[in-house]
Design a protein around this ligand. Structure first.
Ligand code: SF4
Length: 311
């Protein structure tokens, strides 16, 4: 029955053929909407890094989908000239999963904050990691809920005084890199807004990677987080590539992920090539092709075939 439903008519390639690709400068990925972030917010650096990364990779705006949740940083798709979805709090990964499965040719980039991704959306994040969906997750980690004016988030440091923890935070921070590594992520990296060129390079590697890639970006909230400032990070960050870190070494990656807060490594912690992606293994996609290439609607004969299959 199922084969009768497959369209043979809609198999035009979705992605722009290389011969037709146009080179885009980073500024070509600026939308007409001006970011509404506070002056000096770390999210400006993340947006600039992303614009540079997709430009470097020669990607076309029409081949990219950016999906966010809710939060200051989740406004990013509005400022980035690609297709975009500003979805629900903590649900960006779920929306991105649906989009990627419907059209695996899209370059899907998820953007959002630590509260959105590591708090409300943690379940979606970890399950996307273990599925090895071929998407990139850029988390603007400012260790606070900024949009709601400064409450403790899942990555807030112990003893930090915030609006929701006036006596100091008594919960230990979640370690997103270690979580991703042990959950089966095939690309795990960290960047910092104060190192924009390095950030763009890490993002380009993540987008290029086939499989789930996480880039946790330290993106200071200059308004509500007075502890984890640009200066605080500058005194602690170092680049993994300067220490000859082997990103293929699972144990070394985990060791590096537990170094903070005394030292904060930046760069690619862990990378595993060649793992099958979820969409490469999905039976329906393999058998019928992605939804985007199937025709809309059904004929009377197809509806009858569906009906008959339940008899
Ligand atoms: Fe950035 Fe913080 Fe301002 Fe939000 S409140 S825009 S995170 S500086």
């Amino acid at each position: 029955m199922a084969n009768q439903l497959v369209s043979k008519e809609f198999h035009a390639p979705v992605r722009t053929p290389a011969a037709e690709a146009v080179a885009h400068k980073p500024t070509d990925f600026k939308s007409d909407v001006k970011p509404d972030w506070c002056p000096s917010c770390g999210d400006f650096g993340v947006l600039a890094g992303l614009q540079k990364a997709v430009s470097t990779l020669g990607l076309q705006p029409k081949d990219i989908l950016t999906v966010s949740g809710i939060g200051c940083s989740s406004n990013l798709p509005g400022f980035f000239r690609t297709y975009g979805v500003h979805s629900l709090h903590g649900r960006s990964v779920a929306v991105a999963t649906g989009a990627k499965l419907a059209n695996p040719d899209l370059t899907v980039i998820i953007t959002g904050g630590d509260g959105d991704g590591y708090g409300i959306g943690l379940g979606h994040f970890l399950h996307a990691v273990r599925r090895n969906l071929d998407v990139t997750y850029i988390v603007m980690n400012n260790q606070i809920y900024g949009l709601t004016t400064g409450q403790a988030s899942p990555t807030t440091s112990v003893a930090a005084k915030t609006k929701s923890t006036p006596g100091g935070c008594i919960e230990g921070p979640l370690n997103p890199l270690a979580l991703a590594i042990v959950s089966g992520a095939t690309f795990v990296a960290r960047a910092f807004s104060g190192e924009p060129n390095h950030m763009a390079d890490v993002m380009a590697q993540a987008i290029k990677h086939k499989g789930f890639s996480l880039v946790d970006c330290f993106s200071p909230c200059v308004t509500y987080n007075k502890i984890n400032t640009y200066q605080w990070f500058k005194e602690r960050v170092y680049k993994l590539e300067d220490k000859k870190h082997d990103a293929a070494d699972f144990k070394a990656a985990l060791d590096r992920a537990f170094e903070e807060p005394e030292k904060i490594p930046l760069g690619v912690f862990y990378k595993r090539e060649g793992a099958a992606t979820y969409e490469d293994q999905d039976g329906a996609i393999q058998k019928f092709g992605p939804a985007v290439r199937q025709k809309l609607g059904t004929t009377p004969e197809e509806r009858k075939a569906i009906w008959d299959s339940f008899k």
